[in-house]
Design a protein around this ligand. Structure first.
Ligand code: PMT
Length: 219
């Protein structure tokens, strides 16, 4: 791949976790740091793309001139921001760890400690990536799958159900893969292929993902 191989392309990327408020002081979240998504954003920008990066709460930073960062908190906020930019995107990559459920009601005041057990009713969040699949026109659409068992089968299921062009699988059963750390180990799955990559830094993983996408687009 040449240096500026994504010049003229708009790449939309989701990154990080989402936080779903329970009350003014508490939330439901997950261990995503945003590192994977920010690494993809940096690499796409280095290749000349115009990058729209929509991130949940993360301490990752970027001041790359080709990256416009929008910071959101909840899945619903991420959904709204994504669909402000999706239509114009040539490539969309969903690396965010979006909460599948959110508290049905957000308590207005801090919930007091009283009973021995507390029940919080959760309701399903919108599936951002699935909606992107439904609204796909020209976009090359890439999802992630974070699995702990039946990895390939589950990832393939998401590829089909969400109308994706490819999915990046990472498994929490592989040491050094997934959340937080600066490394990842992935398989890239398309309708007809499974390609396995060794454990690498997230910076290198981002290069593999974008090179694979470029090859698919040029096919
Ligand atoms: O941020 P890091 O610490 O670097 O960690 C990186 C990562 C492990 C978070 C990342 O590599 C990763 O796997 N991201 C996807 C995590 C995830 O939520 O996977 P999933 O299998 O639950 O979701 C499948 C796909 O649907 C994902 O592309 C997800 O972004 C998307 N999704 C899921 C639910 C939802 N409501 N909306 C979505 O868009």
């Amino acid at each position: 791949n040449s240096d500026k191989s994504l010049t003229g392309k708009t790449v939309l990327i989701t990154a990080g976790p989402t936080y779903e408020a329970i009350d003014p002081v508490r939330f439901i979240g997950n261990h995503s740091s945003g590192k994977m998504g920010f690494s993809i954003a940096e690499e796409a920008a280095n290749r000349g793309a115009n990058v729209i990066l929509i991130s949940g709460p993360s301490s990752e930073l970027s001041n790359h001139q080709n990256i416009e960062i929008f910071r959101v908190t909840s899945a619903k906020e991420m959904f709204t921001k994504v669909f402000e930019y999706y239509e114009n995107a040539d490539i969309a990559i969903a690396s965010a760890a979006v909460a599948d459920y959110a508290p049905k009601e957000i308590a207005q005041e801090k919930i007091k400690k009283s009973e021995d057990s507390l029940t919080i009713k959760l309701v399903k969040n919108p599936d951002i990536l699935k909606t992107m699949g439904e609204r796909k026109t020209k976009q090359f659409l890439v999802g992630f799958a974070l699995e702990t068992q039946n990895e390939e089968e589950n990832a393939k299921g998401k590829l089909q159900k969400k109308n994706l062009d490819m999915i990046v699988l990472n498994s929490l059963r592989d040491e050094g893969a997934g959340f937080k750390g600066s490394t990842n180990k992935i398989k890239i799955i398309t309708e007809s292929t499974v390609t396995e990559f060794p454990l690498k830094s997230k910076t290198e993983v981002a290069k593999d993902i974008l090179t694979f996408i470029e090859e698919q687009i040029l096919k």
